[in-house]
Write a protein that binds this ligand. Structure first.
Ligand SMILES: [Zn+2]
Length: 74
């Protein structure tokens, strides 16, 4: 919960009131789940190899356009 708030605050400060670039609506949903973005190894999951990027998807409520936020950078 705390982490989600931080991400939303971060986006608010960085994006401001930035509408969706696809449809122009300003209604975003920040996923409460952090996903791991791994290097792709031809469909095989290779543990301990390459960097893993924790990302949070932010989706437009109107058209579904999604933006991936790198949690480390934010
Ligand atoms: Zn949109």
């Amino acid at each position: 919960m705390n982490k989600d708030k931080k991400v939303i605050e971060h986006l608010n400060s960085k994006w401001g009131k930035h509408p969706c670039p696809m449809c122009g609506q300003n209604s975003w949903t920040v996923s409460d789940t952090v996903f791991e973005l791994r290097e792709f190894h031809g469909g095989n999951v290779v543990l301990g190899s390459g960097p893993i990027y924790p990302i949070i998807p932010v989706s437009c409520n109107n058209c579904g356009n999604s933006v991936m936020i790198n949690v480390i950078q934010s």
